[in-house]
Design a protein around this ligand. Sequence first.
Ligand SMILES: CC(C)(COP(=O)(O)OP(=O)(O)OC[C@H]1O[C@@H](n2cnc3c(N)ncnc32)[C@H](O)[C@@H]1OP(=O)(O)O)[C@@H](O)C(=O)NCCC(=O)NCCS
Length: 154
Amino acid sequence: MTDSDNIQQPCTEMIILVTPEMANFSGRMHGGELLKILDRVAYTCASRYCGAYVVTISVDKVTFKQPIFIGELVTFLASVNYTGKTSLEVGIKVIAEDIKKRMVRHSNTSYFTMIAMDEEGNKVKVPPLIIKNDVQKDRFEKAKMRRLKRLETN
Ligand SMILES: CC(C)(COP(=O)(O)OP(=O)(O)OC[C@H]1O[C@@H](n2cnc3c(N)ncnc32)[C@H](O)[C@@H]1OP(=O)(O)O)[C@@H](O)C(=O)NCCC(=O)NCCS
């Protein structure tokens, strides 16, 4: 990584192995465990991008459509989709992987809105997202729509 790569990283990837203490008696990962990791991934992605402490102000829709089992790998692909003045949206795609069958499935996608804070707990400006390709452009536009909906129902 060069010095210039070291600033405003918009993406973060985290992979975890599901171990028995994360699961219930039927070997399925606890929903709360997944939520905890999602929040951690969102924090990591947002704070790394901003170079500041961040707090979660809202989470859009976490659904548990398919179970994730002990011994599977879970990959969290996080990206900064949108930046406002003090807020940013982090999208997280969750992919579960059965190692032995070499099969992956898209488990869930959720959106976290985070606010950047200074040491005194005051909101601070976030660095504006620099759109470099069509994928980022598309994510930005969709995130903008979600933001409007969130604020409508505030
Ligand atoms: C985060 C916090 C400091 C925001 O303070 P606030 O004065 O109410 O915020 P504002 O109304 O000025 O809005 C700040 C930003 O949040 C955005 N925002 C406000 N309500 C929102 C919502 N429901 N969903 C998404 N974004 C929202 C605003 O659009 C604004 O974005 P911008 O600066 O990019 O334009 C405050 O709500 C807080 O301390 N919340 C607790 C955070 C926390 O402890 N989280 C852990 C989970 S419990």
